[in-house]
Design a protein around this ligand. Structure first.
Ligand code: SF4
Ligand code: SF4
Length: 205
């Protein structure tokens, strides 16, 4: 089991202010606590400001096949949006970012650990429930699980031919993040001041 908590307003507003967003809520997984009231209040504020092109509230967005079918009916609303804002655990956000890879996809929540499982489908990406979701800075690719050293401030410099120096069977997570940010025109994110990781949020609740 795990718990999701709405990200701080100061973290979300710069991503969405003055922009059009498409909203996805995942409420299906009973293993995840969803911050429904707080998320609805924030989303109403965005809708009242005329920023929302569409919303879907569904379940198990971590199931790629089902999620793709559901999104197919909303592609025009997604096209009209500058970004897609996802309220789910980190696996759900990565599933959407993987599918809409040329769209900015942002996490509305942080994901914290509780004992139990996460996600319904075995996927090549994971969320380690670090409690301070970095997906908004990394193009929707989790630096905690896609990098062998869980680096959050960029590449270690040891990759060879694009592969990780710790595990040469896996692609360097930070090279993937760099390519995704370049594809999204967001390389400026890498010029942000160092993001210090707060390991206190990594403890089980
Ligand atoms: S950065 Fe990764 S581990 Fe941390 S909450 Fe986001 S998806 Fe999960
Ligand atoms: S080579 Fe890439 S994935 Fe491997 S530890 Fe270094 S930055 Fe992380």
């Amino acid at each position: 089991m795990l718990i999701t908590e709405l990200k701080a307003r100061e973290a979300l507003m710069p991503l969405v202010e003055g922009k059009k967003v498409f909203i996805i809520n995942c409420e299906g997984c009973k293993e995840v606590h969803f911050p429904g009231k707080e998320a609805r209040e924030f989303q109403k504020e965005l809708a009242d400001a005329g920023c929302v092109t569409g919303t879907i509230t569904t379940d198990y967005i971590c199931n790629p096949e089902n999620m793709e079918l559901r999104l197919q009916n909303h592609m025009e609303e997604i096209k009209a949006a500058d970004a897609v804002l996802v309220f789910s655990c980190g696996v759900g956000v990565q599933t959407i970012a993987n599918y809409l890879e040329d769209k900015k996809v942002y996490a509305g929540c942080d994901t914290y650990p509780l004992p139990g499982f996460q996600g319904v489908t075995p996927l090549e990406y994971k969320c380690d429930q670090c409690g301070e979701c970095y997906l908004n800075l990394t193009g929707g690719i989790c630096p905690i699980t896609a990098c062998s050293k869980s680096l959050v401030n960029g590449q270690c410099g040891g990759s060879k031919d694009g592969m990780c120096e710790v595990d040469n069977t896996m692609e360097c997570g930070w090279e993937r993040i760099y390519r995704r940010l370049a594809q999204l025109g967001r390389l400026d994110v890498l010029k942000c001041p160092t993001q210090i990781r707060n390991f206190a949020t990594d403890d089980e609740i």
